[in-house]
Ligand binder design. Sequence first.
Ligand code: NAP
Length: 254
Amino acid sequence: MRIAVAGGTGRIGRLVVAELEREGHEAVSLSRSEGVDLLTGVGLRQRLEGADAVIDTTNPPVADIAEAEHAFATITRNLLTAETEAGVGHHVALSIAALDAVAGNDHYYGKRAQEREVVTGAVPFTIVRATQFHDFPAMIAEWTVVDGEAIVPPLLMQPIAPVDVAAVLVATAVEAPRSSSFDVAGAADGGRRRHGAADPRRSRPGAPAARRLARCRARRRVRRRGAHPRGGNPPGADVLRRLARRRSAVTDGT
Ligand SMILES: NC(=O)c1ccc[n+]([C@@H]2O[C@H](COP(=O)([O-])OP(=O)(O)OC[C@H]3O[C@@H](n4cnc5c(N)ncnc54)[C@H](OP(=O)(O)O)[C@@H]3O)[C@@H](O)[C@H]2O)c1
């Protein structure tokens, strides 16, 4: 199959391109550094010619909620319009587990806007909601370093290996669209770790990143329970076999 990867040069996108090629598919990467700006649509339409599916792993740089909502919604609308014109039959969006449970985070507003566009769009879709990647705690710590000290929020997570996310995205894209979302999480045994003993609310004054994190409230734990699909419309057998081998967990997205 010919499958386009929006954001194919990014952390996850690169792994998706590699996984597609490993599985014998033709991967077409879409990113600004390759001449495709998804915010303006420049270069997009011609790159989608003959594509069977699109996997969206973009992550536009944003400064606030308004920008996040605008960027994610615009990129999604531009992709869906071009996909409709090119006759693409499946749009797969990478989203975040527990997306609705986290308030006060700019990126999450953008991702919710992205999901709204996908769900109301004209292209058959599947949304894959992944838990945080393995390097997420290190990334958070990096944002908060002040005078050599890093402060991480007291979140419970069930992180997943980026290669597993890439494998699920590819396996999903080659299957029929589900018109729904499902969650994918890292291994439950030993994977559920408490990240960050420090409370950002007790961080030193003047640490802007720590203040930002303190505003970000998780209304429930950012992790999934259960290692088996629940309810109807579970991920396909192929995805489950792959994840079982890698000790990851998949649940439906309800
Ligand atoms: N980090 C986590 O724990 C986690 C968990 C679950 C889900 N996710 C989701 O995973 C997604 C991918 O994250 P990532 O860390 O892999 O992102 P990343 O490394 O920052 O890569 C972003 C990609 O998007 C492209 N891009 C950005 N703006 C663009 C534009 N206007 N037009 C075309 N391409 C554009 C970039 O290429 P150019 O700069 O060359 O354009 C790059 O290829 C995010 O949407 C995030 O919500 C992340």
